[in-house]
Design a protein around this ligand. Structure first.
Ligand SMILES: C[S@@+](CC[C@H](N)C(=O)[O-])C[C@H]1O[C@@H](n2cnc3c(N)ncnc32)[C@H](O)[C@@H]1O
Length: 321
């Protein structure tokens, strides 16, 4: 697991051939370093996959750090019931830099986990992150959900987290993943829903900044409100016994770990990360966007509160007749 205090900024920067100013470099400092490598560009060259070019969060080192902050903060909420039995085979689709992979491996030490991502660079980073976390035995490979390099009915379980929101055709992705599940196998899907965001003090400026992310994702073919659709998506993809549970994060200043780990470093950092594309796309002007970010940080002050709901869905592939 990557605790907030353990974030290995030096390690991540080194992986991207950057020299951070100091080991305590902030996300903003790291993102501002000259010569930041676009992992997205690399993966595009290698995969030719259009979706990855449109992946709204990008593949910058700051995004890798944000994903790790997000994973460590939300482990209990999202994964307290993620356990795969000893000897079972698990496919994690869209593993990114391995932020969830670490938890999967720790929660299910006897399972045989295969983690894939369309980005070769993310897979390479995931390999380094797993190594740093002392985890071995996870098979990592570059692969596309829409053309999986596995025989049909290869896996007992499939796990997908924060991937459907970026896809133009989530049902096609789920159908593809269902193909590689054994009869009677299960799928676990976790997604957020930005429409579930509310906070105190309320702010139209903050809503407008959040809407930049929603709009960019929509223009790229994704859906930042996908969490509320998990039930119909899994149902339409042919899964049975579909169950979805909301996982709400509620933050106030009695929970300083969440104020820092979720309100600031996960949610606000994510919205802050779309400043340049939002301005370039003409969705908002700089002053309005910056007001919105300031208003989001304002919710992390002593009298502020912040709420967000994730959705965790389960489905089963029908057992063999
Ligand atoms: C927001 S990240 C989530 C990463 C990880 N699941 C986590 O929660 O930290 C979404 C990931 O999905 C990957 N992805 C997007 N489309 C994909 C596809 N068609 N096949 C495989 N991976 C894909 C992206 O490259 C990216 O790493």
């Amino acid at each position: 697991m990557f605790a907030d205090d353990d974030l290995d900024i030096v390690h991540i920067a080194a992986a991207y051939k950057l020299t951070p100013p100091n080991p305590q470099a902030t996300i903003a400092q790291l993102a501002d370093l000259p010569g930041t490598l676009s992992v997205c560009d690399l993966s595009l060259m290698q995969s030719g996959d259009l979706m990855s070019r449109q992946y709204v969060h990008g593949y910058e080192p700051s995004e890798a750090i944000r994903l790790q902050d997000q994973a460590s903060t939300l482990v209990e909420l999202l994964h307290s019931d993620t356990h795969f039995p000893e000897g079972s085979t698990v496919l994690e689709a869209g593993c990114g830099v391995g932020a969830q992979t670490v938890t999967l491996a720790q929660n299910s030490p006897g399972a045989k986990i295969t983690s894939i991502d369309v980005s070769a660079e993310s897979v390479a980073q995931a390999r380094r992150n797993l190594q740093s976390a002392g985890i071995s035995g996870v098979e990592l490979r570059q692969a596309n959900i829409f053309s999986l390099p596995f025989e049909p009915e290869s896996f007992d379980h499939v796990f997908v987290c924060f991937v459907l929101e970026h896809l133009r055709n989530p049902v096609d992705a789920l159908v593809s993943l269902r193909t590689v599940l054994k009869p009677g196998g299960t799928i676990t899907v976790i997604e957020g829903d930005h429409g579930s965001t509310y906070f105190h003090p309320e702010s139209d400026a903050a809503d407008a900044a959040i809407n930049c992310q929603v709009e960019l994702q929509r223009r790229a073919g994704g859906n930042a409100h996908v969490g509320r659709q998990l039930y119909p998506l899994l149902d339409r993809s042919g899964f049975g016994n579909v169950r979805v549970s909301p996982r709400m994060v509620y933050v106030d200043s009695s929970k300083p770990h969440l104020v820092d780990g979720f309100t600031r470093k996960t949610f606000t950092a994510m919205i802050e990360g779309v400043r340049t594309p939002a301005l370039e796309a003409g969705i908002i002007d700089a002053a309005s966007f910056d007001d919105g970010i300031q208003a989001l940080y304002r919710t992390a002050e002593t009298d502020g509160t912040f709420c967000y709901t994730f959705f965790k869905g389960f489905g089963e592939k029908a057992p063999a007749a």
